[in-house]
Structures are given as structure tokens and as C-alpha cells.
Design a protein around this ligand. Structure first.
Ligand SMILES: *[C@@H]1O[C@H](CO)[C@@H](O)[C@H](O)[C@H]1NC(C)=O
Ligand SMILES: *[C@@H]1O[C@H](CO)[C@@H](O)[C@H](O)[C@H]1NC(C)=O
Length: 215
């Protein structure tokens, strides 16, 4: 009985803590979806379909505006398998409440978006992304310069027919998303060196940011 009361008290406490921080997530954010969209559009206007130059343009401006301490300027590309889709990513920023990455593939992919505890803003830089929700008979089409906003908790099927790269910004609770990001390693790829690199980079960035007071 004592154990039960203790558990109930603990759950109540954790629920309270969660609710407290969940309603205040906003104050932890350092990126702005409208600015990232505007920045992506300007990078595309300046560099067309030259993805490498678009990425350099974006990182250079963020470095100036957001500050070097929060950004990873080394392009450490790692494969990412999640929801049956495969691509690669370059982690620009990772903290408890936000991540910003370049995600894409030069040959196309398709899969399940995952159901996430964060809002996801997928700014298409080059190529086109398609998305599908059950009940619809038409695809959602996202060309370069558009944003595919996947709301927290929503889920879709998505596809990139051929080469497609995006600036992906997620804000909300990031750690629970990592389970989705890792699941395919255990059920399918068994690519543990990639899992290690992803964990090492994500962990290093999250800790570096936390030590600077960015959670
Ligand atoms: C980006 O924002 C600036 C300042 O608000 C605005 O002048 C410009 O037109 C915007 N560019 C794009 C491509 O939306
Ligand atoms: C990029 O655009 C140029 C000029 O419009 C075109 O010649 C080239 O084939 C394009 N490259 C890709 C990968 O789409």
C-alpha cells in the first residue's frame, strides 16, 4: 500500500513537472520557424539547385545570428534510417527542446514520418517531397522553398522521388524522438557504427548546449 501511494505521488509529481515545463517550452527556443523559412528561400534564390552552396549560406547566417556556441559547423554527415526511410543528415544543432539538421538523399526514399513529441518544420531546399494522409486521394506536394509542417502528434507517409534535401527544424521534446530515430538500427540495419556516430554527435551537442544554459 505504501508503495502504491508512493507511486501515485511520484506520477502526480512528474505529471506536474511535465505540465509546468511543457507550457513553458517556448522560452527555451533559439530558432524561429519564420526566419528559417525566409533564410531557406533566400539561400535558394542565391544558389538555385546547388545544394552545397545553399547549406553553406544557411549555416553562415545562423552562425552570425544565433551564435557559434549553439551550432555545429563541421559537416559530420551520418546515415539515418527511420520509419523505413533512409537518408543522411548533418546535425547543425541539438538540444533537449530543439534540433536543426540538413536531411536528405541524392537518390530518393520513402517511409513513415513517425509520431513525434515535437513540431517538425521541413524546409525543402532542393528536390520535391510528397506526403500522404489516409482519407485523401491526392498527395501533398512540397517543392523547393516550401515548408512541410508536421504538427506534434500527427503522422504521414512521405516520399522523395529522387534527390531531395531539406533544412529540418524540430521544436518540442527531442529525447523521445531519438527512439524512433534508432529503432530501424535494431530491427533492420544493425549498423552500429552509424548508431554510435549519431549518438556521439547528438550527445556532444546536447551536453555542450546544456553547459551553456541552452536546454
Ligand atoms: C525575408 O525577410 C525580409 C525581411 O523581413 C524580407 O524583406 C524578404 O522579402 C524576405 N525574403 C523572402 C524570400 O521571403
Ligand atoms: C541545376 O540547374 C541547372 C541550371 O538550371 C541545370 O543545368 C542542372 O541540370 C540542374 N542540376 C540538377 C541536379 O538539377
Amino acid at each position: 500500500m505504501r508503495v502504491l501511494s508512493f507511486l501515485i505521488a511520484l506520477v502526480a509529481l512528474l505529471t506536474g513537472v511535465y505540465k509546468y515545463f511543457d507550457s513553458r517550452l517556448e522560452q527555451f527556443y533559439i530558432f524561429d520557424p519564420a526566419h528559417l523559412h525566409n533564410l531557406s528561400q533566400r539561400a535558394i534564390a542565391a544558389h538555385g539547385n546547388d545544394t552545397r552552396s545553399i547549406v553553406n549560406y544557411i549555416v553562415a547566417e545562423l552562425d552570425e545570428k544565433v551564435g557559434a556556441t549553439h551550432l555545429n559547423k563541421e559537416e559530420e554527415w551520418v546515415f539515418n534510417n527511420a520509419g523505413g526511410a533512409m537518408g543522411a543528415m548533418y546535425i547543425i544543432h541539438a538540444s533537449i527542446t530543439e534540433y536543426l539538421i540538413i536531411f536528405g538523399t541524392a537518390i530518393g526514399t520513402e517511409g513513415h514520418t513517425g509520431r513525434h513529441t515535437a513540431d517538425d518544420y521541413f524546409n525543402i531546399l532542393t528536390g520535391t517531397q510528397l506526403a500522404y494522409v489516409p482519407g485523401s486521394y491526392e498527395p501533398e506536394v512540397y517543392p523547393p522553398g516550401s515548408v512541410h509542417h508536421l504538427h506534434r502528434g500527427d503522422v504521414k507517409q512521405y516520399k522523395m522521388d529522387s534527390s531531395c534535401f531539406a533544412l529540418e527544424y524540430a521544436r518540442g521534446w527531442i529525447p523521445p524522438m531519438l527512439f524512433f530515430g534508432y529503432a530501424d538500427t535494431f530491427s533492420s540495419t544493425l549498423d552500429f557504427p552509424t548508431l554510435w556516430d549519431t549518438s556521439r554527435i547528438t550527445g556532444r551537442e546536447m551536453i555542450a548546449n546544456a553547459l551553456k544554459g541552452k536546454f
